[in-house]
Design a protein around this ligand. Structure first.
Ligand code: F6R
Length: 283
């Protein structure tokens, strides 16, 4: 069953621009540094907005973020007692309690370590009988909850965000999508290496839905993501690379380690820009 949050905040859904209108690229030495940087931004957000709605991704890349944020919770420097969590995507056809349903994964990797209860969690219902209705309900629930304050994203080797595979509409809403074979092969590691166990379909927030979050933060690590990162940041805005839609957002941050940055033509410029930005600006 879908889990809409009980209380919306009614805040205005205006993305913060924080003084800039371009994708900011931050090159960090490694995944741990990227995790610490993004966890710091989440902690700052929770200080300003204790009931912030954090949009979270699954997969391997965001784990250092969740670990760094959980460490802050344990040390008492972050209060998550009013924080809310929104899911980005979900497999279709896996029961909610399947260990690899994204709801189960997020409960293990995000909610429990951050001390956040399921009553503060919302996600699409991948086991619904009426999938289109479940998609619409989730899109509506996100809006009614006041919109996502910070959406953390990973990126597929093919440039997908959420599970908006190449050639997804850049104005798409939450809907069912078919995974590419490449994505199923990439995700087989979560299913004991057996690609046959990876569902073919998912519910994913659409690109238009994702773009409504106030701040988009994409983390990419490892050489395998270098081509997708270059297309995202330096290529044209094109449905063939869904992540390139970040260029349309007024406050988008792409955090990459050296390996994922290795195909960026403007890497030196990005380094220089970040090194010389004012401290108050944050990411
Ligand atoms: C998962 C998601 C996907 C992943 C992407 C990268 O919720 O939205 O877009 O972020 O497939 O996965 P990893 O991080 O495992 O390489």
């Amino acid at each position: 069953m879908a889990v809409p949050l009980s209380s919306g905040t009614g805040r205005r859904r205006v993305p913060s621009q924080n003084g800039r209108l371009s994708v900011e690229v931050v090159i960090v030495p490694d995944a741990k540094a990227g995790g610490a940087l993004i966890a710091g931004a989440m902690a700052d957000l929770l200080r300003r907005t204790p009931d912030a709605l954090l949009g979270v991704a699954t997969g391997s890349t965001p784990l250092p973020v969740y670990e760094a944020l959980a460490a802050r919770v344990r040390s008492g420097s972050v209060d998550t007692s009013r924080a809310r969590i929104a899911q980005l995507d979900e497999y279709v056809g896996l029961p909610a309690d399947h260990p690899e349903s994204y709801r189960s994964v997020l409960r293990r990797e995000v909610l429990e370590p951050l001390g956040i209860g399921m009553d503060a969690f919302m996600g699409p219902d991948g086991a619904a009988e009426d999938i289109p209705a479940a998609c619409e309900a989730y899109d509506r629930a996100l809006a009614e909850a006041g919109g996502v304050d910070l959406q953390l994203l990973g990126i597929g080797t093919d440039g997908h965000i959420g599970f908006n595979e190449p050639c997804s509409s850049l104005v798409s809403r939450t809907r069912i999508k078919t995974l590419t074979e490449q994505t199923r092969v990439d995700n087989a590691r979560f299913f004991g290496g057996d690609v046959g166990q990876v569902p073919h379909h998912v519910i994913t927030q659409g690109i238009g839905t994702i773009l409504e979050a106030r701040h988009l933060v994409l983390l990419a690590t490892g050489e395998g993501k270098a081509d997708a990162v270059a297309a995202t940041v330096e290529g044209p805005v094109a449905a063939v690379c869904p992540a390139s839609a970040l260029q349309l957002h007024p406050h988008a941050t792409v955090v990459v380690d050296e390996a994922a940055a290795s195909k960026l033509k403007f890497a030196d410029y990005f380094r220089h820009t970040y090194a010389s930005k004012p401290d108050w600006q944050g990411i």
